[in-house]
Design a protein around this ligand. Sequence first.
Ligand code: ACM
Length: 668
Amino acid sequence: GLLPIDPSFKVAVKDYTDARLEAAISRMLRRLEGRTGLEFTRDPADDSTQATLLVQCQNAGKTIPSVDEDESYSLQVSANQAVLNSPTVVGALRGMETFLQLLDADSKGYHIPQVNIQDKPRFVWRGLLIDSGRHFLPVEAVKRTLDGMAAVKFNVLHWHLTEDQGFRVESRKFPKLHQMGSDGLYYTQDQMHEVVAYARERGIRVVPEFDMPGHTTSWFVGYPELASGPGPFQIGRKAGIYDNAMDPTREEVYRFIESFIGEMTTLFPDAYFHIGGDENNGKQWDANPKIQAFKKEKGFKDNHALQTYFNRRVLQILTKFGKKMVGWDEILQPDLPKDIVVQSWRGRDSLIQSAKLGYDSILSKGYYLDLMFPAADHYLVDPLPADSGLDDSQAKHIMGGEACMWGEWVGPETIDSRIWPRSAVVAERFWSPRTVTDVDDMYRRLSAISIQLEELGLTHETYVTKMLRRLARSNDVESLQTLLNVVEPVKKYERGKEHPSTMLTPLTRLIDTARPDAPARRKFAAMVDHLLSDTWNFQEHSGSLSLLFKQWHNVHSVSASMIDQSPILREAEPLFKDLAKLGAIGLETINYLVAGVPPSPEWRNEQLQWLEQAENPKAEVEFVVISSLRQLIIAAAELSQLKNLSPADWKSQIETTATKLNRKPVGD
Ligand code: ACM
């Protein structure tokens, strides 16, 4: 049955309420209004028996968002009332997000289905990392990210605030940090308080990361005395790993860190504090005779031992300020105290190993959004798979995970499209049971969530046409859109190789407009699959494909003039040419299939060979339709086999042949 959501909709609160809960109810009502076009008022005096949604919250919960927060809730919907029960305000927030997800409609109007939900998260640590170090993100972008996080029940913002390429926090104790290390792009302390409060309102912890001893070039611009190598230093502009590292042998360095961390703990109330610790290549340490002498004197056999010494010193400082230390898996060293948290990014092994050693651990390997993989790849990575080999007491140490949005190639204009909607599937992985793994159903729900995320001001869909208009210098972006629909950014760390770029390079090219997990890949694959599944009706299914191929083919006629008036698009010229040819090949292939006449082996080989070059990235984007088109060509070439094989066997033989010809993925 259904609970109608009509103009009489009312919310009432029973038992406990406070400003945070009331504000969340108000945000929920505004979103419901936006979707339904109905006007809803909230009168605290409303009778709870009459309320459409009754929120029965027991308690405020933790004053400062905490890993121990009880986020559970239940939602019972009957024909005339929905009752949301929760032990804490945060539980109520989670339940209201579910309520919003349930809104549906039919010819009679809007409704919520009658459901009985008992819900709580599988993992306590469900995070998203954003990297303001490499590209600064204005507070507004951070806030809308937090809104999106709350919508999908993430509960940790891991805020990577310092990098070789930027120091992004105002330090009153050491003002040259932000003054000289940020190009003027940093958060004031007031802004920090504002973001932390905004996150708390949404039941989200903010864990700051101050990466050390490596990834610290921007610190050294103002304070070269912290470094292991000779200055002067300049803000880093390139991506990649820098040699610069703090000098772990000098007491002044620890005094500096202590004073700095002391200041930062006044901004970040969370119990955890991230010290990075990753990718210190040791080159500056090796090149410094004083550091070498120190290593010898202390009997450290390698730089890892020296870094562990550094970590211990920093841990002492954090302990003094009542903070728990979090670090990337490089910090893992069995004789460190057990109350630190290890964040695994290099491989699953470090996660398993640290849980076995008794360290609380979080997983990020498999959740790197900057690598531009499809949502499904991330969705199927489980922090604690059934075959983890951990016993119950070890498994308890797996606290959850974090999706990581590293900032080399994202700015405020594009970051939403790299985080959303993909990270929603990671949020689900951290919240829902291990057994929820149906990829098709995930994509079905993901497209619904993607639309809901837009009501929070996220721009992952809307930024596209704006950027296309700027690229084309025109409102007429149809052919550019046709191209964009079928390409994705290059994967892994390929960006910047063909087209050398720095952190100052504008992020406004075609690749920035192209989105990971282009919907066209799955859509086109489904169309081809549909056609090949119904071998007697090629004609019937060929219509929509032919239309699409014609569209592709037609782009070439307009692309030349568009590129002439917009040289930034010059790099797309080969892509337009390829797309036009892909369209032409598609049309020819459809003709063979519909006529039931296979093409000559020469034709088949020529097309397949050409597809190999079309599959190579150009302008740092790659086509997402090649493997499906390859199937279609092979299907046409294998038409005569239909006499000998069952349609299912025929199709699977085609798929196998096509898969073998796919381009090998680029290396790590
Ligand atoms: C990392 O990606 N260096 C943590």
